[in-house]
Write a protein that binds this ligand. Structure first.
Ligand SMILES: [Zn+2]
Length: 220
């Protein structure tokens, strides 16, 4: 899953308005932020296998440290506790930790049965990626709902807050489309470099956007 994770990050602003969108994105995407690094240093393995699913040509051979339920639960508690300590708010810990773990649940829906419960443990996957139309339907509906909730929860402070948000949404949709239509990547190195650069760009962009927006209403 790709934009479905960002949908979760956008939507979470509704329940944790004091937490920056960048932190919400980091939490929802932590597995995919760590994964290119772990592949790059040889800790985890991916293989390019065109046709393995209708949506992605990647065979996730092994990724227990970035994508197992137990690893994500540990990272979720750690990141949630750090955010709670820094930002306060009863809901901060719960929302951030839940977002980190939500990555596992959403990836289980889309992936082949390659999502481990713990390193070496049983793997799960419901294979939504076997159908391109079903994948698009689910992810775009989730994304639309997430963007709508974020847009309703916040309002722009200035022109940057308005247009940077619009551009970020468009950028994520274009990145998603390019991912789907672009064909198999040329090499594993290309996968992890694009993954790492993409994470940095999206996190900085969302941090900048969120700073130029404010909470729309006080009733939260
Ligand atoms: Zn993932």
């Amino acid at each position: 899953m790709f934009i479905g994770h960002f949908a979760a990050g956008f939507a979470a602003k509704r329940v944790a308005p004091r937490v920056s969108l960048a932190v919400l994105f980091l939490a929802a995407q932590l597995a995919d932020v760590l994964w290119p690094i772990f592949v790059g240093i040889g800790l985890e393995t991916v293989r390019i296998a065109p046709g393995i699913t209708a949506v992605t040509p990647l065979d996730f051979v092994s990724y227990p440290y970035s994508h197992s339920l137990v690893a994500l639960a540990i990272y979720g508690v750690a990141l949630g506790a750090a955010c709670w300590w820094l930002l306060g708010g009863r809901s901060t810990f719960v929302v951030v930790a839940a977002l980190v773990v939500s990555h596992w649940v959403l990836d289980v829906v889309s992936h082949r049965p390659d999502m481990p419960v713990y390193p070496g443990g049983r793997k799960y996957g419901l294979s939504l990626w076997n159908s391109l139309p079903a994948t698009l339907l689910v992810e775009i509906a989730m994304f639309a709902a997430g963007v709508w909730l974020y847009a309703k929860t916040t309002r722009p402070r200035d022109a940057v807050g308005r247009w940077s948000f619009v551009a970020l949404v468009v950028f994520l949709l274009i990145a998603y489309g390019a991912n789907l239509a672009g064909g198999p990547p040329p090499s594993v190195a290309a996968i992890y470099w694009i993954g790492m650069v993409g994470s940095v760009v999206i996190l900085l962009w969302s941090w900048w956007t969120d700073r130029h927006r404010t909470i729309a209403s006080a009733h939260d």
